[in-house]
Design a protein around this ligand. Sequence first.
Ligand code: 13P
Length: 251
Amino acid sequence: MARRLPVVGGNWKMHTTRTEARALLQALRADLDGLAGAQIVVCPPAPWLSDAADALAGSTLEVGAQDVHWEPNGAFTGAISAPMLAGVASWVIVGHSERRHLFGETAEETNAKLRAILAAGLRPILAVGERQEESDRTADILRRQLDEGFLGFDRLPADVVIAYEPVWAIGTGLAATPDDAQTRCALIRSMLAQRFGAAAADNCRIQYGGSVNPQNIGGYAKQPDIDGALVGGASLDAAAFTAICRAVAAA
Ligand code: 13P
């Protein structure tokens, strides 16, 4: 099996002014353009996507959106469609726990968004993960989120990246231990294998996300089933995000 190229995503969430975004984009390009050994996806807020596309054009850094609507167009005030994103981004995060739990995104919506992303020729980062109160049945939750996310899929699209993000680890500083994250990512891979076959599962990149920082990334980067990270808070700091990307690339 060819080694999977790890992916490091920076999910800026609802942070940065335009000035801050432009400065961060410039710094990331200066620090990370040409880095071998990891694919880097920068996911700024939607208003700065075209700034990101401009700032990173011609570099090895790629642009991702944080969410999408499932319809291609229509009377959906405030929503942004996948064909619109296709002009400025090449990736889209879908099913993030903040969309699921703070905005009430349903499993059907996650599935429809995933389809819309792929139909527009974009690459999805599908986020899954259990909440604190679900931690005694993590396997059931992950299986359900994968089954529902991929409902109606008869094969695993090669471009899908899965992000395992335990909700209790997001933004709390309470990162999962590398061993626990490895166990969960391996479990996700085995579920993908059961559903789509061993080859598809072997090729699928699975990230860990949840309080990743320059100090703890090394523990995740060396795990056999963890193929990079989805980074929130630390992705807003160019030096921290650069250190994370370099650690992943060097592992
Ligand atoms: P933090 O790295 O801030 O915990 O956020 C993780 C996350 O939700 C990335 O999508």
